[in-house]
Write a protein that binds this ligand. Structure first.
Ligand SMILES: Nc1ncnc2c1ncn2[C@@H]1O[C@H](COP(=O)(O)OP(=O)(O)OP(=O)(O)O)[C@@H](O)[C@H]1O
Ligand SMILES: [Mg+2]
Length: 269
């Protein structure tokens, strides 16, 4: 499979703030040499415990953070700090929390259309409302949400709006950072099905970041397992679940099973 996104030996080091007991500050290596590839129309899940560096990798890929070292290429083109507009719109991110990622003062109509003011190359030439409605339709929303604001929508509806906003820019890669983690399990399943459907329809590639292995099985082709800034294992999704190669992957699977087993008891109580 040809790699659309190629991340090579990515490193990100943050400075620790100065403290009386640490007068010269310090360094924390959030990402310590990550190699990762996402093919055309492939969904790759990046999983790992909290603080393992997943979001930092995502922020570098979309251009919100600058790597300390390493290379990221997209369709063979190196991604520099200053990206041309076509590259910027080709990689879109969907975040976990719509309360912070969607502007609470804007209506859905404006949120979806906003990107077109910058990326005029993909703006509709005719009726913008019709174009917004068509995007909303693709994510399972109708005209009733057009003039609502994010706080008048459910969490699942907000994530659908986030997806419509991303699709408006005709991306080739979606980076979803815990995009369904805040949703109820049934709504999660709906949004995951929608993502899979959009991937087919728009020939998207997806980098799907989550700490939840249950979600991974529903969506991913391949899985990269991250721990303390490094990828410890990359394999096809069946292999990860049926024959995990790394002790840490087995730990994550055991933890996920514990949660599944614990759930029915929660419901009974
Ligand atoms: N802006 C920052 N400044 C300093 N340290 C940071 C910054 N952002 C992240 N870190 C540190 O880098 C490490 C990796 O953080 P990151 O947010 O990438 O992890 P994560 O895998 O996304 O975690 P989570 O599952 O909780 O979202 C952590 O130790 C975190 O404290
Ligand atoms: Mg994160």
């Amino acid at each position: 499979m040809s790699g659309l996104l190629q991340v090579s030996d990515l490193r990100v080091t943050y400075g620790k703030p100065r403290r009386p007991w640490r007068p010269r500050g310090g360094r924390v290596e959030a990402v310590a040499g990550v190699d990762l590839a996402v093919g055309q129309r492939e969904t790759v899940a990046l999983v790992g415990e909290s603080g393992s560096g997943k979001t930092t990798v995502a922020r570098c890929v979309v251009g919100l953070a600058r790597p300390t070292a390493g290379a990221i290429t997209f369709d063979g083109v190196p991604l520099e700090a200053q990206r041309p507009p076509t590259l910027r719109r080709s990689i879109q991110m969907v975040f976990q929390d719509p309360r912070t990622s969607l502007n609470p003062r804007m209506t859905v109509r404006r949120i979806v259309a906003e990107g077109w003011t910058v990326h005029t190359a993909v703006a509709p030439s005719g009726d913008r409302t019709a174009a917004v409605l068509s995007l909303l339709d693709q994510v399972g929303l109708d005209a009733t949400v057009l003039d609502r604001r994010p706080d008048e929508l459910s969490g699942g509806q907000c994530q659908r709006v986030s997806l419509a906003r991303a699709l408006a820019l005709r991306p080739r890669l979606l980076v979803c950072d815990e995009a369904v983690s805040a949703l109820d399990v049934s709504v999660q399943a709906q949004v995951l099905r929608l993502l899979a459907d959009l991937r087919e329809r728009h020939e998207l590639s997806i980098l799907f970041i989550t700490h939840d292995l249950g979600v991974v099985r529903q969506i991913a082709d391949r899985v990269a397992v991250m721990r303390r800034g490094e990828i410890v294992e990359t394999a096809g999704v069946d292999r990860i679940f049926d024959a995990p190669g790394h002790a840490y992957t087995r730990e994550l699977l055991d933890a996920a099973l514990d949660i599944e087993v614990a759930d029915p008891a929660e419901v009974e109580r």
